[in-house]
Structures are given as C-alpha cells and as structure tokens.
Design a protein around this ligand. Structure first.
Ligand code: 5GP
Ligand code: ZN
Length: 113
C-alpha cells in the first residue's frame, strides 16, 4: 500500500468524488474547497510536482492541462477560473503528488496572498 495520499485515492483506497477520469488522469473534488468549484486533477502515475512531470513526460503535462480545461467547461466556469500548481513549501504544496487545482465560481483577486 502506498503512503502517498493521492496514489491511494487513485487506487480507490480512499474515497473521493470523481468528476473526470481518463486512463492516465483523475479529477476529483477537493475535500476543503477554497472556491465554490474546487477540483484537483492528478496524473495516475506518481510525480512529485510539475517540475518533475515536465522533466520526465511533458506530453502528459499537456494532457493534464487539457483535463483541467475540460473540468472547467464541465463545471460551467465560463466566467473564468484558475488553474494552479502549488510547487514547493513556499507555494503551500502539502501533498507531494502533482495536482492541478481548478478553482472557480467566484471572482478572485490577485495576488491571492
Ligand atoms: P496543495 O496544498 O498540496 O496544493 O493541495 C492539496 C489539496 O489536497 C488541498 O487543497 C487539500 O484540501 C486537498 N486534500 C487533502 N487531503 C484530501 C483528501 O483526502 N481528499 C481530497 N479530495 N482532497 C484532499
Ligand atoms: Zn502519489
């Protein structure tokens, strides 16, 4: 059994609310939503962060972005949304299995603080 939280979600060992799935990507609702719509999109394969993924499989990084855009469309975020990769401690990354946050459903200020 993996000790990685998102590997365990991908394996179905921890329940999640899935909104989109392909053979290589899983998108599920964040357990502590920071916006009315807050979905995280993960590659099923374990990669620590976006730097690691783009170094080893940039094509998969592109497909992950496409999945994020598809989630935004599916969630009706036509008025705007954010796609965010928190990368490293200063960015607030807490789960070290790469994930793309899809945030929307309310106006957002910049920078988020
Ligand atoms: P990070 O801070 O690493 O960029 O984002 C990790 C995200 O994972 C957080 O937004 C957090 O709420 C979410 N999260 C943590 N544990 C779980 C869980 O067990 N299930 C789901 N669905 N999301 C989780
Ligand atoms: Zn993992």
């Amino acid at each position: 059994m993996s000790d990685c939280l998102f590997c365990r979600i991908v394996a179905g060992e921890i329940p999640s609310t899935v909104v989109l799935e392909t053979d290589e990507v899983l998108a599920f609702r964040d357990i502590a939503p920071a916006a009315p719509t807050h979905v995280v999109v993960v590659p099923k394969e374990h990669h620590v962060d976006v730097v690691a993924l783009t170094a080893t499989d940039p094509d998969l990084a592109g497909r992950l972005l496409a999945a994020g855009a598809a989630v935004a469309a599916q969630e009706g975020l036509g008025e705007g949304f954010r796609l965010v990769f928190n990368t490293g401690a200063h960015a607030g990354q807490t789960v070290f299995h790469l994930h793309l946050h899809v945030l929307g459903g309310r106006p957002m200020s910049w920078p988020p603080g």
